[in-house]
Design a protein around this ligand. Structure first.
Ligand code: NAI
Length: 335
């Protein structure tokens, strides 16, 4: 048996984590031979609920679940962790402006970035899920000067899975026979679900997809899927978000399948003309803990305009949290 790895989860008593923790403990994220230590973090008011969840985890008697520890602060909770899943965030309340939400959550992620910097394993891999996820990732990374920006990523796998699911539903093709669906940009309604590289049974999908269905029905459906689920269920996506987190971390840690492209929000290195440093969703391939942007994709005018529109939103969000981005990490994190 391997040595256990330490995984921190913030927002551990919340909706997403309530699904996710059981999947991690069952070995879905890091493999069926990898024991795990779960370091679960919540705000003080949620510690009782967290304790109840930990009792349920214990009651599953998962062979791979080595230890569970509970924390009401990130400094303790991030101690020596190899992986950090930053899910906890303040939800948007009625009457709250988007800028207030951005500000409030960015302050949380600045603190968490500092704590990862000071207490986590030096090779920690962090996934930011709490919204606005891309900009929270930027804030966390910039507040962690001892870590590389590449150690921070943000979740757009849910958008990718939604895009594949909706395409599968429309075409009748099984998701396993669909490849190359890309999400570019922000985890928001400006994201670009790109089907130009996608294939159905290995053959290009675009020739068989009507353009008006693509731009007027499909793209808005992917972009607004979260709101549609909220409308129906009265709660935001949680089981599907948990599955996407498993997929993202699994592929990052263990590698993508040969030829497979997945979408991850990562620090832009300037590829495809995107401003350096912002956390932008790109097509990537992963190879045991490393990822590389898929280069050389030819983009037509329409695709270019979509990439630029979602980039503009991220630049605006960055401007809104400028005061939380230490200037001394600017050069190292954008070169
Ligand atoms: P939830 O409200 O059910 O749970 C959030 C939990 O985080 C709560 O238990 C709360 O006490 C905790 N929390 C708040 N501030 C914290 C802090 N500073 N430290 C530790 N814990 C803290 O929300 P849910 O449904 O689990 O979603 C969590 C976040 O994920 C939200 O921001 C949501 O918008 C985002 N999200 C992102 C997705 C993506 O694809 N990037 C998809 C779905 C949700």
């Amino acid at each position: 048996m391997r040595r256990p790895i330490r995984i921190a989860v913030t927002g551990a008593a919340g909706s997403i984590a309530s699904h996710l923790l059981f999947k991690i403990a069952a070995g879905e994220m890091f493999g069926k031979d990898q024991p795990v230590i779960l370091q679960l973090i919540e705000i003080p008011q949620a510690m009782e609920v967290l304790l109840g969840l930990a009792m349920e985890l214990e009651d599953c008697a998962f062979p791979l679940l080595h230890t569970i520890t509970l924390h009401d602060n990130v400094e303790e909770g991030f101690n020596n962790v190899h992986y950090a899943l930053l899910i906890g965030a303040t939800p948007r309340r009625p009457g709250m402006e988007r800028s207030d939400l951005l500000e409030k959550n960015a302050a949380i992620f600045a603190k968490q970035g500092k704590a990862l910097n000071d207490f986590a394993n030096r090779d920690v891999k962090a996934l930011i899920v709490g919204n606005p996820a891309n900009t929270n990732a930027l804030v966390a990374a910039r507040n962690a000067p001892k870590l590389s920006p590449s150690q921070f990523t943000t979740l757009t796998r849910l958008d990718q899975n939604r895009a594949v699911g909706l395409l599968a539903n429309h075409t009748g093709v099984n998701p396993k026979d669909i490849d190359g669906v890309i999400i570019w940009g922000n985890h928001s309604t400006t994201q670009f679900p790109d089907l130009y590289q996608s294939t159905l049974y290995g053959r290009p999908a675009m020739p068989v997809i009507p353009m008006d269905w693509y731009t007027e029905t499909y793209m808005p459906a992917v972009q607004r899927r979260g709101a549609a689920i909220l409308d129906k269920r009265g709660v935001s996506s949680a089981p599907s978000a948990a599955q996407a987190i498993v997929d993202h971390m699994h592929d990052w840690a263990l590698g993508t399948k040969p030829g497979q492209i997945v979408s991850m929000g990562i620090a832009s290195d300037g590829s495809y003309g995107i401003a350096k440093g912002i956390y932008y969703s790109f097509p990537v391939r992963c190879d045991y803990g490393r990822y590389q942007i898929v280069q050389g994709i030819d983009l037509n005018e329409f695709q270019q305009s979509m990439l630029v529109a979602t980039e503009a939103e991220l630049l605006e969000e960055r401007a809104g949290v400028d005061h939380l981005l230490p200037k001394d990490t600017e050069a190292t994190h954008t070169n």
